[in-house]
Design a protein around this ligand. Structure first.
Ligand code: GLN
Length: 550
């Protein structure tokens, strides 16, 4: 049996917990504030993880519409979770599991299943203690093995759905030592007409928190600018915290600069001090500085990448935006992701793509906008524009080839046209009998074997890759030979499943059945995205370091 790797984690130290709640309104970016604080703690040498609580009744985010909730983020264990988990993975540079996304659906499902199997025999099953116990157990389990666990409660104080969680946190704080818990409340500080920062909304939301027995230790005011000294004093006085526990969180252009701003405000130092971590933190000059170096790196030049999708909402494709940004940071060029509505591209109306340096077709479900996506593939293929197709974008690339190169005009994915005479993309055999929609796709990390001497091989610099999946359809094995004979190359396979497609006589044409965007991190950009950006800027300029090594 392999022995457990040695870690310097000292279990006797116990976990420290940072509970983050939000006031006044949602969408304040409390997740980014929390993740940024976590990044700074990690820079100081601590193992940091996070739990996102989503008080909705869905068991997971898998069945939710990206237009309402933003992208469904996929974890390596196949968990379909809230996009905030993506931010935590990117900021903390950790891989999380489904257990790090606690939803009311999961909690109730478990408690009700236990009730049915007789675990609570003779008892009345209630929110307190059964639901709250289950919530506390989940937080403790997810935190296990880390120094610090950030627990973010989604929604806003006062929401009915959030109540059992706040009660669970109240109990939790009683059960743990006071030094191990810190309550951080993030609220909105708006401006009055005459430009004055108003603290009343903050006062009200803290009042609401206190009425359920929670006293925040730290208050973070989200506003356009930094909080005035007067505003901080007022918040401190009314909310019963020292003035030094009130922090600003002004708007910044780039979310990757939030950690720098949090550091400037001293929130990380305050948190370490309050949690008794300060003496164990690395001295300042020894802390990991790579985040700052990366996000302040100079970028010369700009490129425009068309993102051809059907949801006109950045959050619906957030991991793709982030991956393009990471690739840009690596290549030293600013990447502008230009949104192009796929429905605008039909019937040869591809003028919107003129002048674009590269084209990305993202994942998607259902038929809306697919003809425009196929049109975007054709444009990229015929005009030698670097192309990256992700999941549905991979499938549409195969459909486009079958239609326009092989001449099967009717070729399609069976998902889009069940009656097509040439179903070049068809349902996965293991999906024939599947009826439930939640959590039933081919999900999570699977290994792909990459053929030597291919573009994929060069891009990954390896003969295999392990990336995350979320699909029900695949390339129909019946047509592979015909497609390959006509020049399409399937350079990545997982057993007999086609995972990567490419075109040899093209500057950069790559499609992946998986979603590489879920593994891209600042400082560790996803290879297919780096390949795309480098194909535009020219590899020599992009990575001279590699040149030296070669
Ligand atoms: N709808 C396609 C499938 O299920 C593609 C999925 C995706 O793009 N994530 O296979």
């Amino acid at each position: 049996m392999p022995t457990e790797p040695e870690t310097d984690y000292d279990p006797t130290l116990g976990n420290k917990f940072i509970f983050v709640t939000g006031g006044v309104m949602s969408g304040l970016g409390k997740g980014i504030t929390a993740a940024s604080t976590g990044r700074l703690l990690a820079n100081a040498g601590f193992d940091v993880t996070a739990v996102k609580i989503d008080p909705y009744l869905n068991v997971d985010a898998g069945t939710m519409n990206p237009y309402q909730h933003g992208e469904v983020y996929v974890l390596k264990d196949g968990g379909e979770v809230d996009l905030d988990l993506g931010n935590y993975e990117r900021f903390l540079d950790v891989d999380m599991t489904s257990d790090h996304n606690v939803t009311t659906g999961k909690v109730y499902q478990n408690v009700i299943e236990k009730e049915r199997s007789g675990d609570y025999l003779g008892k009345t099953v209630q929110i307190i203690p059964h639901i709250t116990d289950d919530i506390k157990r989940r937080i403790r389990e997810a935190a296990d093995g880390n120094d610090v666990c950030i627990v973010e409660v989604g929604g806003t104080i006062g929401d009915i759905e959030g109540m059992p969680y706040l009660e669970a946190l109240r109990q939790f704080a009683h059960e743990e030592s006071e030094d191990d818990i810190l309550f951080v409340h993030v609220t909105l500080v708006p401006y009055s007409k005459n430009g004055e920062q108003k603290t009343k909304p903050t006062q009200h939301s803290v009042k609401e928190l206190r009425s359920i027995g929670l006293q925040p230790d730290v208050l973070v005011g989200r506003s356009t600018d930094k909080l005035d000294a007067k505003t901080k004093e007022k918040i401190a006085l009314f909310c019963d915290v020292p003035t030094k526990a009130v922090f600003s969180n002004p708007d910044v252009d780039d979310i990757y600069h939030v950690p720098l701003m949090v550091e400037e405000e001293g929130l990380d130092e305050y948190v370490m001090d309050q949690l008794g971590l300060y003496s164990r933190a690395l001295p300042k000059r020894e802390r990991d500085n790579s985040w700052r170096e990366l996000v302040t790196r100079e970028q010369t030049g700009e490129i425009d990448v068309a993102l051809v999708g059907k949801y006109g909402l950045e959050d619906a494709y957030i991991s793709i935006h982030e991956s393009l940004k990471h690739a840009g940071l690596e290549a030293g060029v600013k990447v502008n992701a230009e949104w192009v509505h796929s429905e605008d591209l039909v019937d040869g109306h591809d003028g919107e793509l003129d002048g674009m340096d590269a084209i990305v077709v993202p994942g998607g479900f259902g038929s809306r906008g697919t003809e425009g996506k196929i049109e975007a593939v054709r444009y990229a293929r015929e005009n030698d524009v670097p192309y990256l197709g992700l999941c549905l974008g991979f499938q549409m690339a195969v459909v486009e080839y079958a239609r326009n190169v092989l001449g099967h005009e009717d070729a399609n994915s069976a998902e889009i046209d069940p009656d097509t005479s040439y179903p070049v993309i068809d349902i996965l055999p293991e999906q024939y009998e599947v009826e439930d929609m939640g959590g039933t796709m081919r999900l999570g990390a699977h290994e792909t074997n990459i053929a030597e001497g291919t573009l994929a091989n060069r891009v990954y610099g390896a003969t295999s890759c392990t990336e995350r999946h979320r699909h029900r359809y695949e390339v129909n094995p019946e047509y592979i030979e015909e497609l390959e004979d006509a020049g399409l190359v399937f350079s990545g396979r997982s057993n007999n499943r086609m995972e990567i497609v490419e075109l040899p006589d093209h500057p950069y044409f790559l499609g992946t059945q998986f979603h590489p965007e879920f593994r891209s991190r600042p400082g560790r950009a996803s290879p297919p995205f780096v390949g795309l950006v480098e194909a535009v800027v020219g590899e020599d300029e992009a990575s001279d370091s590699e040149e030296v090594e070669a």
